[in-house]
Design a protein around this ligand. Structure first.
Ligand SMILES: NC(=O)c1ccc[n+]([C@@H]2O[C@H](COP(=O)([O-])OP(=O)(O)OC[C@H]3O[C@@H](n4cnc5c(N)ncnc54)[C@H](OP(=O)(O)O)[C@@H]3O)[C@@H](O)[C@H]2O)c1
Length: 261
């Protein structure tokens, strides 16, 4: 029987935080395009996924080194690196309520984790003159919300700047580096954020979701994205069809950003 070759056949991809939410949808998308998929997270999911799982906490430098080492030892090389882990547990309320620890945690999870993992894995891509690195950023990296998640948005803004700089540095070596900035996506993390924010401001979950949408200036599509909608974009950007795309930042937000930048 003739073997069907898909766009990512023969490619190996690592998706950090690939067990839930956007990361899980990206893992499914890359696998559907033919890639061998590795997912990492702090906890192995109760329901086993059809992917190779590596336990790693990306806020810990030793754990990042071990993750990179295991990927290269077990798979020989990596073609696609999706730095997906991110989020925030910092309280709402603006600059005055954020502790040093809140700032350090958000910078660690949303910025330094990706920088450290790239540093561990991009050199092996450079050796082979091929690779794709995608940073899952956020709309808040461009559109800061001071009342609800200041330290998160600032960390993602720094990630955007770093992603552009890395893209320019390694483009000549055959590596493409891209940021993807989703608006509000229907995941457990988004639900937890809205629940926490709702209790901080004494409103219902639905009122709070509307409030956050309004504070963004409104979401023209008037709904959250589904994780799969983000994953389809990441699948395309990871594929050879996107061979001239690097150094860009794709906002995928249902029309939220009100200008054309
Ligand atoms: N949801 C949204 O509306 C939205 C909007 C814009 C951008 N984003 C971005 O999209 C990305 C994914 O968000 P999501 O909403 O899909 O999150 P999620 O549903 O909470 O999933 C997070 C994933 O990351 C893993 N993880 C969390 N902390 C980790 C750590 N310290 N080390 C290793 N793995 C860790 C989780 O597994 P374990 O808990 O087992 O570790 C899980 O697999 C993030 O970068 C987020 O900032 C999300």
């Amino acid at each position: 029987m003739e073997k069907i070759t898909k766009e990512l056949s023969g490619k190996t991809a690592l998706v950090t935080g690939g067990t839930k939410g956007i990361g899980k949808a990206i893992a499914d998308e890359l696998a559907s395009l033919g890639a061998t998929v590795i997912v990492s997270a702090r906890h192995e999911p109760a329901e086993k996924l059809p992917y190779h799982f590596i336990q790693a906490d990306v806020t810990n430098s030793d754990s990042i080194s071990e993750l990179a080492g295991q990927v290269l030892n077990q798979f020989g090389s990596l073609d696609i690196l999706i730095n997906n882990v991110g989020g925030t547990s910092a309280p709402a309320g603006g600059f005055s309520v954020l502790s040093d620890e809140d700032w350090e945690n958000d910078l660690q999870l949303n910025l330094l984790a990706a920088i450290k993992l790239d540093k561990a894995l991009v050199p092996s891509m450079i050796e082979r003159n091929t690779g794709v690195v995608i940073h899952i950023s956020s709309l808040n990296g461009k559109l800061p919300l001071y009342a609800s998640n200041l330290s998160y948005g600032v960390s993602k803004a720094a990630l955007n700047n770093y992603s552009k700089a890395l893209a320019n540095e390694v483009a000549i070596k055959g590596i493409r580096v891209i940021a993807v900035s989703p608006g509000m996506v229907n995941t457990t993390a988004m639900k937890a954020f809205l629940h926490n924010y709702a209790s901080a401001i004494g409103k219902s979950f639905d009122e709070t979701q509307q409030l956050v949408m309004d504070s963004l200036g409104g979401v023209p599509m008037n709904r959250l994205a589904q994780p799969e909608e983000i994953a389809h974009l990441v699948g395309f950007l990871s594929s050879p069809k996107a061979s001239y795309i690097t150094g860009t930042n794709y906002v995928i937000d249902g029309g939220t950003i009100p200008t054309t930048f």
